[in-house]
Design a protein around this ligand. Structure first.
Ligand code: BGC
Length: 474
């Protein structure tokens, strides 16, 4: 019997040549556990809508719904040059961004790898490293000269800071880190103001930069996409982590009492990675629970752990080991590499899903050369490919649920909306965006065609610079 999977994958599925009944039945069992029917998706959409309402009402809720204090909406006509700093995952990026009006942007940038040592060591060490990188950028790439008659404060570069972690923001340039995610654990940074820590490091290193705005990467992505398309409602990241931001009517942000501003809308950073940490509605499997238990933040970011690039490979690895232990894969043999946590990278899944060769040659390379599995049969490789499809399909369908919920919450099902999305999963993972679109069609029927989804590459840095510009405009 073919596996019972959501309609979208049936067409993609190829038979597994030479598989035994036990192999087929094991794969069918896993496929069923990971399947997300449209009924289940709708249940998740409804639950997420309720969680959004709760987060708008009170602070400290599971879905934090963090006010960004960004109220200006770019028109595309803004002109000026600002710096941006982007910290949020594998790389640190420093950019100089020149807005030239009519949606035209020029970017100069430098990237640095954030080592494990920096991610997990003392916070000062991380912020000093950032200040050094900014200093290097200024001396190598920035040519602006200040006039002698400018005041000391004007002789400083204005910078937007994209910090892609949950932060309780109290002003456009103030916010305390709630909890690290994505493998960062610097012990002395939580509950501290991240702008203050950065500004202090810049002072220590005498770097002439003022942090004018703090934004989440989703907020940055939303802003930068709005610069090009003023109809944009939502900004999303599907990368190492996942999250979304959208424009909310200020009166609906009930927890923001006493806030007054001429604007009607404010961007909300949803922090949806934490959705359903109570494990009420998400269809968690034993493979997800194992991943969560063994992670450095058990019980947190449950939704993110089912979706984002940091974790999909690890879920897949857990399934492969389970099949190996049941003697249903690789003749029961694993390797030292495959036994290592997080060794099966999400990028390998991309390669495997993109492998259309008859003998699955690229899959063979990943398994035998990168992961040192002694030898694999075509059946083994087809099973591995099927497992990747199962895990990634669920991720894409879950991703559609939060997107659908925001559109429903904002009353835009009929009228449609524009969505800017960034992140390696969205940009590079085969079929990821097509699978999201199919799920949206299942949820919204033809209204799904009114959702305009586009790639907003590197939007977060540009967005941070825009936020810095919007603050100086005020
Ligand atoms: C963080 C969010 C961020 C997302 C995407 C999550 O782990 O909590 O703040 O937007 O990753 O980078």
């Amino acid at each position: 019997m073919p596996p019972i999977l959501s309609s979208i994958i049936r067409d993609e599925i190829k038979p597994i040549d030479g598989a035994s009944d036990s192999q087929l039945s094991a794969i069918d069992g896993i496929a069923k556990e990971f399947d997300l029917t449209v009924e289940k998706l709708s249940e998740i959409v409804n639950h997420f809508c309720n969680e959004m309402d709760k987060g708008l009402e009170k602070s400290g809720m599971t879905v934090a719904m963090i006010p960004s204090f960004v109220t200006g909406i770019p028109t595309g006509n803004e002109v000026g040059t600002f710096l941006a700093l982007d910290l949020g995952g594998t790389n640190l990026r420093i950019c100089e961004i020149a807005f030239e009006g009519k949606g035209v942007i020029n970017v100069k940038q430098q990237k640095h790898k954030v080592t494990e040592n920096l991610k997990t060591g003392p916070a000062n060490q991380l912020f000093d490293f950032i200040a050094d990188c900014i200093d290097k950028f200024l001396s190598e790439l920035v040519t602006v000269q200040f006039e002698n008659d400018q005041s000391e404060n004007d002789k400083k570069f204005k910078m937007g800071f994209t910090f892609s972690f949950p932060v309780e923001q109290t002003a456009i340039n103030k916010g305390t880190l709630i909890k690290w995610t994505k493998g960062f654990t610097c012990p002395d940074a939580e509950n501290k103001d991240v702008v203050f820590m950065l500004q202090e490091a810049l002072k220590r290193k005498e770097v002439p930069v003022v942090v004018a705005a703090l934004v989440n990467d989703t907020v940055g992505t939303l802003l930068s996409h709005s610069y090009k398309d003023p109809d944009t409602l939502i900004g999303i990241i599907y990368g190492t982590g996942t999250n979304g931001a959208y424009f909310e009517d200020i009166p609906k942000i009930k927890k923001l009492n006493k806030y007054s501003n001429d604007s009607e809308k404010m961007i909300i950073n949803i922090e949806w990675g934490a959705f359903d940490s109570e494990k009420k509605v998400l269809p968690l499997t034993m493979f997800d629970n194992k991943l969560d238990r063994e992670s450095n933040n058990p019980h947190y970011q449950i939704f993110e752990k089912m979706i984002s690039g940091m974790y999909l490979g690890e879920i897949t690895r857990n399934i492969l080991l389970h099949l190996i232990d049941r003697m249903l894969l690789f003749d029961g043999y694993s390797s030292k590499e495959l036994n290592r946590h997080y060794s099966f990278e999400t990028e390998y899944m991309s390669t495997i899903e993109a492998d259309e060769s008859h003998a699955l040659d690229d899959t063979k390379k990943v398994l035998e050369e990168l992961l040192n599995i002694p030898s694999t049969t075509l059946t083994d490789r087809q099973i591995v490919k099927r497992v990747c499809q199962i895990v990634a399909l669920r991720a894409a369908r879950l991703s559609s649920a939060t997107l659908a919920a925001i559109i429903t919450h904002c009353g835009r099902v009929e009228s449609g909306s524009s969505v800017g999305i960034d992140g390696s999963l969205f940009e590079f993972y085969p079929h990821f965006s097509a699978r999201i679109k199919t799920a949206l069609q299942e949820l919204f029927g033809t209204n799904a065609d009114k959702i305009k989804i586009s790639l907003a590459r590197d939007g977060s840095g540009v967005g941070a610079a825009l936020a810095a510009m919007l603050t100086t405009k005020k």
